[in-house]
Design a protein. Sequence first.
Length: 393
Amino acid sequence: MKGSDILKEIEAIEDEILTIRRHIHEHPELSFHESETESFIASKLEEYGIEFKKGVGGHGVVGLIKAGNGKRTIGLRADMDALPVSEETGLPFSSKVPGVMHACGHDSHVAMLLGAAKILAKHQKDLRQNVKFLFQPAEEDGGEGGALPMIKDGALENPHVDHVFGIHVMSNSPSGTIAIRSGPVMAAPDLFKIDIIGKGGHGSEPNEALDPIFIGAQVINSIYGIRSRFMNQINPLVISVCMVSSGTKDNIIPEKMHMEGTIRTLDESMRAEVKRKMSEIVPRIIEGFGAKGHISFKENAYPVTYNDPASTEKVIEILKTIPQIKVIDIGPIMGGEDVSRFLEKAPGTYYFMGTRNESKNLVFPNHSSKFAADEDILKYGALSHVLIALNFE
């Protein structure tokens, strides 16, 4: 079927897609707490006559349309959790949950995929392969997340998923564009924590104390030097200390200092090397000043998000058939994504729907308290899902 014909069908249900998005936006839920969102998604799949299973790996929902000869299956994925952010958009459908907001666009992701599911249910006879709808919780967790528990719970089996595709709305790209690239597209995000235990004392007599703040400053400078002095300068790497906690008063040298930060890499070997180097350097500096301490890393942090080149080439050709959308190249993004777990198991593509619209003052970045997606592009995201399901081979 022609994309223009499908678009007309999607435009006929556009109000429903927007209603879905606004309902989810008003009722955001944090990672591992998406019970209402889970039930809402399940109710919609039931309404559309799509087979589904709730409680997959937690609050995950998996829908299934059986089609074709049943030998091949593609997965279409959307995440559903929100962030601990107090909304400041002023939208009439702003979050009703204090301190929680869909500041990353996952409400839009669910709405686009549910819109696509409704259309695909009507075109089951036109499908040449099964389609699974993977509604994933806990993407924002950063550790085990929601994808891995879903996979362990069989989300990619019975039937086996051969390819996975997904969309993320992105404020960095203008509305009317889809940004995409082959190979590593999003970074592995590793959380580190460093604790330093010195000796407290009076601020006027630092020589009688063992200042953990001074030692912490040396640690920060040293780990920032890993990028410039120990790693291949061609490969992207970010190390950022983002939280430091120590002390209670201006004239008291504290006993302890705690810091947390993030490492972002696009190469698994560099990822391992950076953590090894930090594990070497940090204890040596702390011990060299006579203090105690340690460094730890969050377990099960997401891997690099990798777009399979062969799959991505096919997806680009499909997306280029949408005349209202311009497909553009994108450089690697140092943000991390739990979709990487699915793409480890089944080759596929993760692409970005531009949502920046200066004429509507939609210019704030993802994760901002003022982030808002351009709702005019949601129908094209739904269309891209449908076209991939119909045409990817």
